[in-house]
Write a protein that binds this ligand. Structure first.
Ligand SMILES: C[S@@+](CC[C@H](N)C(=O)[O-])C[C@H]1O[C@@H](n2cnc3c(N)ncnc32)[C@H](O)[C@@H]1O
Length: 285
């Protein structure tokens, strides 16, 4: 298959690219399963009133806004993104949601966060790490800007878990593979625990969450994956047959799609640290 693992989310600046990215995010975000997922991530983040939170790669600001409600009017949420165009939309959402008093937006790079050490009580990051070539560096930066005792929460899908019924199984496999290979790391979900541990975070936990669609809400997303598979060189007639099978099953109520995403969190040690054999270890206090 002809796939290229380049970061399609880096430097989204033209109005067309921003519009296309916003459409993709809406296809996923405006679904019942994502509404449930947002609640789950909010519970895991457990932002308290008055806390300072950083949303890294905030995109359209959907999570920024719900986190801002959680921290209340005494709290602060910083939304950072590489794309000025997406952040512009995030600012509109923040204003419409009535939380401008506690949200700051900044154009910046997750690989070099423009904040001092220990500035935040927690960092939240959803759907960014699959797009960067050096996720360890990004997680190290997140850890740096969180105070001792503060939290880092990463949320990523593992796109190899995508299951669809019906459709020819061989074609389904090829579509899933094309979607995985399209990302810099489409399987990043399974790497979150080692990434957090290598960055020296403690009390690392991971929560898997299955997104399930029986109603056809994810069909626009699936259609875009068929297009990705076509770009990767899958035969048009196989893809057309597969798509027809899926759409007619959805019309009859016989369709199912699911995938797993993971929320992984860890705590920044608040004791003195030592480095033993290349791994950070917190000394007992
Ligand atoms: C798939 S979107 C996810 C947006 C948002 N976190 C969400 O969950 O809806 C990926 C986002 O990461 C941003 N991004 C990509 N590379 C970045 C980097 N190196 N630093 C900061 N943001 C980056 C993109 O501009 C985009 O907004």
């Amino acid at each position: 298959m002809n796939t290229s693992r380049r970061d399609r989310w880096a430097a989204l600046e033209s109005p067309e690219a921003v519009e296309a990215a916003a459409t993709r995010l809406r296809q996923m975000g405006d679904t019942a399963s994502e509404a449930r997922a947002r609640e789950c991530w909010l519970d895991l983040l457990a932002a308290g009133a008055g806390e300072r939170i950083l949303d890294v790669g905030a995109g359209l600001g959907d999570m920024t806004v719900v986190i801002a409600r959680q921290v209340g009017s005494d709290g602060v949420v910083h939304a950072l993104d590489l794309s000025a165009g997406l952040l512009h939309r995030a600012r509109d959402l923040v204003r419409e949601s009535g939380v401008s008093d506690r949200v700051a937006t900044e154009v910046g790079d997750a690989r070099r966060l423009p904040y001092g050490d220990g500035r935040f009580d927690a960092v939240f990051c959803r759907w960014l790490l699959l797009h960067v070539s050096d996720p360890a560096r990004v997680v190290a930066e997140m850890r740096r800007v969180v105070r001792p005792g503060g939290r880092v929460l990463l949320v990523e899908a593992d796109w190899e878990t995508l299951a669809v019924y019906p459709g020819d199984p061989a074609t389904t496999r090829e579509i899933v593979q094309a979607n995985v290979d399209r990302q810099v790391d489409g399987r990043i979900g399974r790497r979150l625990v080692p990434l957090l541990r290598s960055a020296g975070l403690q009390d690392v936990t991971v929560t898997p969450l299955v997104g399930l669609d029986l109603a056809g809400e994810w069909l626009p997303f699936l259609r875009s994956r068929v297009d990705v598979a076509a770009e990767a060189g899958l035969p048009d007639h196989d893809l057309a047959r597969w798509w027809e099978a899926v759409v007619s099953a959805a019309d009859r109520g016989d369709y199912m799609m699911s995938f797993t995403q993971y929320g992984a969190s860890g705590t920044v040690p608040d004791g003195p640290e030592a480095v033993h054999f290349g791994r950070r270890v917190t000394e007992p206090r």
